[in-house]
Design a binder for this molecule. Structure first.
Ligand code: NAD
Length: 256
């Protein structure tokens, strides 16, 4: 058991991060999970109750002291880090001129800043091992122009280009770095996004939902577990020749 691999997953209290924590645990990984939301403790308990090894940490990915403490404790407990999955993210959906600089700064600090900080503290561990795999969260918003998502889309575009550059920087250490870009995934983040659009436009929630489902070729949103499968594939040795890639898991949205 002490030999089993270790996956670090941020934003694991909810949505895709939570599904990812369950997937890695089910595949035999010891998982270290972090979230700003205290319900990360419940996810930790859930996993431990099912017999998995899990360390949970309440903290902010945009706070250097939190990230540093979380990674140091993970290394102390488990002795290695095989996978980093940077899931934690937030969205702002607003006309650009109504968006404040504080909102811009916060979304940038969490989405690209948090991704940067997690790499910064995990890389020394992976470099020592001369092996590791990192999966970041992009988005279709980093690929296509989405109305009222300019700031969010810019941070996701940044994550995708950051991923490419870091992949080259780390190739010599046998560390692969990729991203996944989901389409619409049924999580609290997407539902709050739809609610905001509904409130602003006066179009009922269910109608906005239908319009947003139609952006996917199968006319539905993804379940978070469907994104976790793609994250797991990229993280695993099955993707041994994949680095610097962004995998669209968007049910054809960008292909249209
Ligand atoms: N849901 C979608 O349709 C969708 C589509 C494309 C990309 N994504 C991306 O997937 C990732 C996960 O999103 P989700 O839909 O599961 O959202 P979610 O809101 O369900 O989960 C995100 C989690 O991140 C946590 N978090 C937020 N800020 C944090 C911080 N500063 N420090 C630590 N944790 C923090 C939240 O508390 C939450 O538990 C995000 O990066 C998001 O941008 C989501």
């Amino acid at each position: 058991m002490s030999e089993s691999k270790v996956a670090v997953i941020t934003g694991a209290a909810s949505g895709i991060g939570r599904a990812s924590a369950h997937k890695f645990a089910k595949e035999g990984y010891r998982v270290a999970i972090m979230d700003l939301n205290e319900s990360i403790r419940d996810v930790g308990e859930e996993l431990r109750d099912s017999g998995h090894t899990c360390y949970d940490f309440v903290g902010d990915v945009a706070n250097e002291a939190d990230v540093s403490a979380f990674i140091a404790e993970t290394e102390k407990r488990y002795g290695r880090i095989d996978v980093l999955n940077c899931n934690a993210g937030i969205v702002v959906v607003k006309p650009l001129e109504d968006t404040t600089f504080e909102e811009f700064s916060k979304v940038a600090a969490v989405n690209i800043g948090g991704t940067f900080l997690c790499h910064k503290y995990v890389l020394p561990v992976m470099k020592k091992q001369r092996k590791g795999s990192i999966v970041n969260l992009g988005s279709v918003s980093g690929h296509v122009g989405q109305t009222e998502h300019a700031v969010y889309g810019a941070t996701k575009g940044a994550v995708i280009s950051f991923t490419r550059a870091v992949a080259w920087e780390l190739a010599g250490y046998n560390i692969r770095v990729n991203s996944v870009s989901p389409g619409s995934v049924d999580t609290p983040m997407l539902r709050s996004d739809i609610q905001l659009e509904s409130t602003r436009t006066g179009i009922p929630f269910e109608e906005v939902k239908k319009l947003r489902e139609a952006e996917q070729a199968f006319n539905r949103w993804a379940d978070p577990s469907e994104i976790a499968e793609a994250i797991y594939f990229l993280a695993s040795d099955s993707a041994s020749f994949v680095t610097g890639s962004d995998l669209l898991v968007d049910c054809g949205w960008v292909a249209k």
